[in-house]
Design a protein around this ligand. Sequence first.
Ligand code: GUN
Length: 376
Amino acid sequence: MHFKLEGKDEQSSARAGTIKTGHGSIETPIFMPVGTVGTVKGVHQRELSEDINPDIILGNTYHLYLRPQTQILIKAGGLHKFMNWDRNILTDSGGYQVYSLSANRKIKEEGVKFKSHIDGSYHVFTPENVMEIQRAIGADIIMAFDECTPYPCDYNYAKRSMHMTHRWLDRCLSHLEKTPLKYDYEQAFFPIVQGSTYKDLREQSAEYIANAGAVGNAIGGLSVGEPAEEMYEMTAVVTNILPEDKPRYLMGVGTPINILENIALGIDMFDCVMPTRNGRNGMLFTAHGTINIKNKKWEDDFSAIDEMNITWVDTAYSKAYLRHLFTVNEMLGRQIATIHNLGFYMWLVREARKHILDGDFRSWKDKMVKQMDKRL
Ligand code: GUN
């Protein structure tokens, strides 16, 4: 993997760059649509590539390991072939889902024993087997196995957990060396900074992660319920330490406003279920604020979903029609909302990139943050 910095904003820490991998270029800042279990929910691959057009999407080790299971993905020739997606994929390690989804889990130095949220069966994730599973899935970017601490988290727990995440990182790295690639392209490995909401732990963790000398670095354990200001403070501490010449990925973030504020702090990559999950619940993100399309006020509003027409669905359908689809629980409603939201998120990061390269990111960001902080 190769990363080239192409522009830096003078009034913030925002950057624009390009990542190159075996499955093509990724222009940063980037938002990665979440395709948890081998599909971006509700969106065909053709709509995804033609209408939404991301350079990279996300998959999840935890989900793919449980279903369809690793051996099926190997038989298919990897996730790209299985799902018919020939652009980039990043897989999260399960270091988040194991804690948030499994009915119960026991965390030990060796790894995590967890109960599947599907059928209650027991499984163990270790730094070693998670590297093997990610080799088998075959994503272009794979993540370290970590513990994502909850919020709030007491200092001693956060400290112990951070050190364990660091030891797990060392185990991931030494096991990766021994685990050959399964397919004919490289996989980039990103370690993850933890440390909860404690500045000194975040500093220690960022230094440890930076020292690992990986081709890209991630920040985890944020957007887990802490106030946005605390998230921004932690991002700033960490981006000051992580190397400038490597991409920085803030995991699981966030709202359109969170994304712009974190771009201003030097983050290059984001993923979040918000545009897809909230879309399926009838929440639309726009440049002028959010819309709850299920609200009665849209019942006879025949104006376009979004006059900006970022994706074709925005002017092809009216708010009244989309509200109707949600009212009668038709799946087309969820599909339209998902395409609209992903289109909007992609537009947002592409605009951010343009403004970074044009030199007026800071004023544009401030205007957008104000403008988007509304319920329509
Ligand atoms: N997704 C959101 N936050 C995290 C995190 O802290 N770790 C991992 N592995 N994935 C995440």
